[in-house]
Design a protein around this ligand. Structure first.
Ligand code: TPP
Ligand code: MG
Length: 581
């Protein structure tokens, strides 16, 4: 069945066919033809955001909360370049989004036409793939390909830039189109020989660790992970991108590794003789100084992207495949080992690890002057809001405390900007998550610096009926940068004080200006009641301005470029790895 229509109509029809329900965007000249048929679509809801960066992060939040492809749309030139940060963010964290941009008409491309930017050139290194479409006939196929590429294999952002004349030209629409992706065949089934070898190493190891990254949840493999962990008795660490993939309450959970990871997780990796790295990429924030990372460990590295294997750390057993398949096959192979009477014995290892856990639990300092400790706020949020909610974070100290002090029990309940570290991620990502999962309670835990980058999306939330809750951890500073200045720049606080004049802006008034409820909390004794009040409001967004002490620091910490062995659990306090007093 074919039908005559414009390229723009074909675009909207194709979006309907691939199952798009929500698009975040802002119109403008070059993309305007697409907005006309969008006006009539009963299947695709377009959410008019206030800044294209918000559209991009909302698409990311939507994608991560639902497991489906998130979609954002912008016009040419500055509309498209405003998406760049979010596209880069999605690339770093392997988030499946499709960004659709209008481009100037084909004859104008390359002439410095009004609002022309070479967005496919600009995003070449930060997209999984991108397309410049100049022929209306190519639109449906390109959309089908873009969604397929974004969602399969290692997920990632795909850009479709469509010239205005392709949107206005007439074409014939038919569905499904035949995709033309020669050479794109992501390997999902792991090699059985490698799996057997991995199972053998796991059985023989004395100090193995399951080093779990964001890829495990992306493969929807948390249940399999739990089974493998319990079958083997091997300890688990969950990276920033994997928080919740394994329940925090599980006795085999060692915590988060990395620069601000727990001593138990970092110590487990450093002392390990076998890392079973699943859907993770040996990021420098996890490894610290690479040369001294887990120096005694053999490495089994499973990832869907072959380019990750042995990129930073040599893999003794490389496994290319989808984590769900990999873990499923590992379970079978370990069972076979156990049936033959070979089972790992990690008793001594657990004695060491439990010692780390007991001696170096996460903690924080409270302030004698009665001011609020930010960690306390987040601890109380965790206790009162609970593990069923979705939490997003911005970037900085509050992000690390949100990773440390919220007790995650379910996969996908912590959405943050891990690889890129994009300030401003939290509010629009929460909006996207809430639109994807309207029945979930969604809390954006944000910094006062980050919040000032993208809080304009509160207007979108208020108008579109997206009642997110925002906890601004307001330390009046670019806190994480200030922490580095405290530790490494002799307390010379160059350009990190955001509140040289108090309460500019006043976040309560700002929230009210956006049609949200604004609350303020400045004392520990008011924290629970303020959170409870926010929990009662479900018709409009709520913003709580938690005014916290500016000198709180994130601990533990591995200073950038140093060895994980030199982790400090408080200022100048190093763990005694050999145990004893
Ligand atoms: C877009 C962007 N600009 C700059 C940075 C560098 N940076 C990292 S954390 C941070 C401070 C964030 O301040 P705030 O949102 O108040 O969070 P806090 O650390 O105080 O909790 C800055 C400036 C960044 N990560 N992203
Ligand atoms: Mg701050």
């Amino acid at each position: 069945m074919t039908e005559k229509m414009t390229g723009a109509q074909a675009l909207v029809r194709a979006l309907e066919h691939v199952g798009v329900e929500t698009v975040f965007g802002i119109p403008g000249g070059a993309i305007l033809p697409a907005y006309d048929p969008l006006y009539d679509s009963t299947k695709v809801r377009h959410v008019l955001v206030r800044h294209e960066q918000g559209a991009g992060h909302a698409a990311e939040g939507y994608a991560q909360a639902t497991g489906r492809v998130g979609v954002c749309m912008a016009t040419s030139g500055p509309g498209a370049t405003n998406l760049v940060t979010a596209i880069a963010d999605a690339y770093m964290d392997s988030v499946p989004i499709v960004a659709i941009t209008g481009q100037v008409a084909t004859p104008l491309i390359g002439t410095d036409a009004f609002q022309e930017a070479d967005i496919s050139g600009i995003t070449m290194p930060i997209t999984k793939h991108n397309f410049l479409v100049t022929d209306a006939d190519d639109i449906p196929r390109t959309i089908a390909e873009a969604f397929h590429i974004a969602a399969t294999g290692r997920p990632g952002p795909v850009l479709v830039d469509i010239a205005k004349d392709a949107l206005t030209a007439t074409t014939t629409f038919s569905w499904p189109p035949v995709m033309q992706l020669p050479g794109y065949r992501p390997v999902t089934r792991p090699h059985s020989k490698q799996i057997r070898e991995a199972a053998r190493l796991m059985t023989e190891a004395q100090r193995p660790v399951l080093y779990v990254g964001g890829g495990v949840h992306k493969a929807r493999a948390s249940a399999e992970l739990l089974e493998l962990a319990e079958l083997t008795g091997i300890p688990v660490v969950t990276t920033l991108m994997a928080r919740g993939t394994f329940p925090d309450s599980h006795p085999q959970h060692m915590g988060m590794p990395g620069m601000h990871g727990s001593v138990s997780a970092v110590g487990a990796l450093q002392r390990s003789d076998l890392l079973i790295a699943l859907g993770t990429r040996f990021d420098d924030r996890v490894t610290g100084q690479l040369a001294s990372f887990a120096p005694h460990a053999k490495v089994i590295h499973a990832d869907i992207d072959p380019a990750e294997i042995s990129k930073n750390r040599h893999a003794d057993v490389p496994i290319v495949g989808d984590c769900r398949e990999v873990i499923g096959d590992l379970i079978t192979a370990v069972r076979a080992e156990q049936a033959d009477g070979r089972k790992g014995d990690y008793t001594d290892w657990w004695r060491v690890l439990n010692g780390y856990k007991e001696t170096y639990p996460l903690g924080y300092e409270e302030f004698a002057d009665g001011s609020l400790a930010p960690q306390y706020v987040i601890e109380r949020l965790s206790a009162l809001v609970g593990p069923e909610a979705i939490y997003t974070a911005g970037v900085g100290q509050h992000q690390m405390w949100t990773a440390q002090f919220i007790k995650y029990e379910h996969p996908g309940t912590f959405i943050n900007s891990g690889g890129a570290g994009t300030m401003g991620f939290s509010v629009p990502a929460a909006m996207g998550a809430k639109m994807g999962c309207p029945d979930k309670v969604v809390w954006a835990i944000d910094g006062d610096g980050c919040f000032q980058m993208t809080n304009q999306e509160l207007a979108t939330c208020a108008i579109e009926g997206v009642p997110i809750k925002v906890a601004v951890i307001n330390n009046g500073n670019l806190g994480m940068v200030r922490q580095w200045q405290t530790l490494f720049y002799d307390e010379r606080y160059s350009n990190t004080d955001l509140q040289q004049v108090k309460r500019i802006p006043d976040f309560v008034k700002l929230a009210e200006a956006y049609g949200c409820v604004g609350l303020r909390c400045e004392r520990p004794e008011d924290v629970d009641a303020t959170i409870a009040k926010a929990m009662e409001i479900n018709d409009v967004p709520v913003v709580i301005d938690f005014v916290v002490h500016k000198d709180a620091m994130v601990w533990p910490m591995v200073a950038a470029g140093t060895s994980n062995d030199d982790i400090k659990y408080a200022r100048d306090m190093a763990p005694n790895w050999e145990g004893g007093e």
